[in-house]
Design a binder for this molecule. Sequence first.
Ligand code: PMP
Length: 364
Amino acid sequence: KPLKLFTAGPVACFPEVLEAMKAQMFSHRSSEYRELHRDTTVRLADFLETKKSTVLLIPASGTGFMEASIRNAVTPGGKVLVTIIGAFGKRYHEVVESNGRKAVVLEKAPGEPVLPEELDDALKKNPDVEAVTITYNETSTGVLNPLPELAKVAKEHDKLVFVDAVSAMGAADIKVDEWGLDLVFASSQKAFGVPPGLAMAAISDAVFEKAKTIPNRGWYFDLLKYKKYLETQWSTPSTPPIPQIIGLNVVLRIIEKIGGKEAWLKMYSERAEKIRKGVLDLGLELFAKPGYYSPTITVVKTPPGIRGIEVYEAMRKRGFEIAKGYGPVKEYTFRIGHMGYITDEDIRELFDNLREVIEELKKK
Ligand code: PMP
């Protein structure tokens, strides 16, 4: 019997997606592919509310775009303001430095978001940064940053805004044009409920203009090359993950069928609320600061004396894969991911089992 997935990703995929992905392959230079790529891109741009940005689908996981943002749109040796609220903000920091750029760090304690006034302060002190990086949803702590407000501040300082929306896109609202996001990226294996292997992003003209001034952008993640292939043949320079793009296309059609973006995001926020209520009903505490709860992953503090890994392992024996604690807080937390294909029945079963597991562990 397959495990029921409440993971941080890869998550359980929608059955319609898995079914469609069985299709026989075709060339990524064929007219069939062009139509698939065009249609998926247009639908995703619509979902992200952008008419100005270019939507790219690339063969990579989300981290590919993290690296691409720095290599394409920050001058070698130039500075980036990296905001960190957990493990994935730390990854952005490493990506900046390992690519020979300099990071100025604004870091908050685990469980906290970045506040607009703190970002404003940091930008006043560091007027020479070229860009700001923001983790929209920090998967390690279950915190959703106040992205529209943070982006507004960064734009007031005239900085490029790079957003890691890997565990947010598809579940937390994103309005690319209105919020002024320059590069916002995600991965297929998260809130869209598609297998891993595809990364997607919306990228502003300002990023492409900046890229023209950057030498040594590399080949694989050269965003100008992607733009050219998109514009001339609705395709990618290297071979794309065609099944995943078929899968994403199916999900975007499901979204349309159930009533569009608003209905879809409502499904996610109601599901997240159910999960939080389930946790609180067991007498457990949430890790994230109230008001900044993630719509995709709930981080739970374990009761005194119980380690996160014990809960994870006991749940696995009962047929549930939750997510282990992650990053600096991993010892005394566990995480419940709520992305992808999850039914109300799955949630009921999860909590029935979690209640018993916590009771058993308290007695040990
Ligand atoms: N950023 C965040 C916020 C994530 O949750 C993850 C994956 N857990 C990543 C980046 C890395 O994504 P990928 O594995 O698709 O490169």
